[in-house]
Design a protein around this ligand. Structure first.
Ligand SMILES: [Zn+2]
Length: 288
């Protein structure tokens, strides 16, 4: 979050790019307020009390991104990413699931860059140049983020433009997801070991009843493996506490996954994220 917000109502050179991003997601007459900030970068924010929504950017940053305004498509990809955060209400959430939300906003950006007529390279240009080499507490590394943008881009190519030539590329991303899964399997066994340790501790004279950690369902959501326990709590490897709730429908493979009040729809084993007005984005699937 920027330390200082300078509200400047005079038209900024990037207003038209932001308007274009908004109209791409059918947000005409949007109540999103655009302001510049002295903090280098682009940000989204929601006021917790008034619920006013903001896109903030430093003109310096956008100048660097667009390389003297030769290529506003890179700026567009960043605006779409920030709008994705706002559409999914991410700024109101806890930070423990920040990486998931970053990836969701990246996928959103890739999807709408495709609808804007950008090439995949143009959609990836900003992240390649400005993304972090290594992951941080809140942001995945830029290789992971580029894959999310690509996944969103391909989602639109296949589902909106019915472009089957991208299926091969989607499969290569699936391979990558499977590699992540293999790694997560190792993590999962650690997770189990950890829970048995805690059960042992509870058995040693303590009366606290440990919740049973039988894992009923497994999903991949935005490259993270998540599990559902017997109480329908959604769990991840990274957090000891549940990160959400699973609301199963009567038909298996259907229901809703709630993470921090953000709702994902599970339909025939496929996970979609969605918010009113924006596209249904494919973001994951059930494993077992
Ligand atoms: Zn972000």
């Amino acid at each position: 979050m920027p330390a200082e917000i300078m509200i400047d109502k005079s038209p900024e050179p990037y207003d038209s790019v932001i308007s274009r991003a908004e109209s791409l997601i059918s947000l005409h007459n949007s109540d999103i307020e655009v302001a510049t900030t002295t903090e280098y970068g682009a940000f989204s924010a929601i006021n917790k009390i008034s619920h006013r929504r903001f896109i903030l950017y430093s003109p310096e940053f956008f100048n660097d991104v667009s390389e003297n305004r030769q290529n506003d498509l890179s700026v567009l990809s960043i605006c779409l990413h920030e709008l994705g955060h706002l559409m999914y209400n991410h700024p109101l959430r806890r930070t423990s699931t920040a990486q998931i939300f970053e990836k969701e906003a990246d996928r959103f950006s890739g999807y709408y860059m495709c609808l804007a007529g950008a090439t995949l390279d143009q959609s990836l240009a900003a992240i390649k140049k400005f993304g972090n080499e290594n992951e941080t507490e809140t942001h995945p590394d830029k290789a992971v983020r580029a894959k999310e943008i690509e996944a969103g881009y391909i989602d639109a190519r296949i589902n909106i433009f019915k472009d089957t030539t991208y299926k091969k590329q989607r499969d290569s991303i699936t391979v990558l997801v499977q590699q992540t899964l293999a790694m997560n399997k190792i993590k999962k066994s650690m997770f189990k070991k950890d829970s048995s340790k805690r059960n042992l501790a509870a058995g040693a004279g303590e009366k606290t009843k440990e919740p049973t950690l039988a894992l009923l369902d497994q999903f991949v959501l935005l490259g993270e493996t998540i599990y559902v326990d017997a109480q329908n709590n959604v769990r991840s490897n990274k957090e000891k506490e549940p990160i959400g709730k699973f609301l199963p429908a009567t038909t298996p493979g259907n229901g809703r996954i709630m993470i921090e009040d953000v709702s994902y729809t599970l339909e025939n084993g496929q996970i979609y994220s969605g918010a009113p007005k924006v596209a249904k984005l494919s973001v994951g699937h059930q494993i077992n």
